[in-house]
Design a binder for this molecule. Sequence first.
Ligand code: AHR
Length: 356
Amino acid sequence: MASGGREGSVMKKTVAVIMALALIVGAAACSERAEAPSGTTAPKGGPSPAVPEGRNKTIKVGFSQTGAESVWRVANTESVKNALSEKNGYELIYDDAQQKPENQIRAIRNFIQQKVDYIVLAPLVETGWDSVLDEARRAAIPVIVVDRMVRVADNDLYTAYVGSNFLKEGQTAVAWLEAALEKHGRDKRTVHIVNIQGTIGSSAQIGRTAALEAGIRSHPNWELTAQESGDFIKPKAYEVMSRILKKTRDVDVVYCENDSEAFGAIKALEEAGLKCGILNGGVIVISFDATSEGLSECLSGKISLNVECNPLQGPHVARIIRDLSEGKSVEKISYLEETWFDCFTITYETIEKRAY
Ligand code: AHR
């Protein structure tokens, strides 16, 4: 018994030592998890979010979307919702800002209060995000910016961006226009261009407008007849185009900054008795997005060029979140691959295969 008692006390001491060691190892592991591994783009000034082990933990994400102004936007929302679905291990809190940046700011504050693991922001406009993104950073919540970009004093306020190179999209349109005008013998006389812009201050508008303005500066016979925002929506573009046509019918090109605007502009042009399409010597309508509906108007010849803008960003966001959760580095800026379609080459089969 005496010997049994000594063994018992040795056993107790051993268990105590093991437990103490376990506590030390556990604490060390926790503090390793709390610090962003070097080389990652996890936010400065706080611990990285909890790391899901073996994908058992549900990842809580807040997604602030601009609204539902276009078919493109709806496809973008669906893509993010599908990628960050419950069955993929996410709890997604979705907020539609109804085209108001102040609603997006409110939504982000709400996500912070709800202690989400990540914030996904599709910003309406580029500016005005510094304070709220700093609040997210202080709460150690990584922010992934999608679609349009933010312009902030400190780029560490967001962790990663995935979206489109809007300036490049516009440059593609300008290069196509230059070649098409030449091919159709319309490059020697004055080319009257109407620009129906997107939402003023959004990256999509800034990049596409900048490319057109640069194109006009470098072609002495290209003239900017009118330039007004159609806010990326059909009724507004229709209204803008109708008003312009009351002042002048001298229009060679209408450069619409998305498909919805192109539909509104075409309606106004046709109501005014003007033909649309380079193939029949009519007004050259240029558009962006390349939705199925936009490409159908390309096939009909009414839209002469449609430059793709890829809304399928959800899987890229999910990949970024997975990499960050696993402590891996992510690219700060990722541009999606995009192409273009014109009325000369578009086929029905291409439209049929379109995902949006
Ligand atoms: O930011 C992308 C633009 O926003 C798309 O071209 C447009 O359709 C959308 O509303």
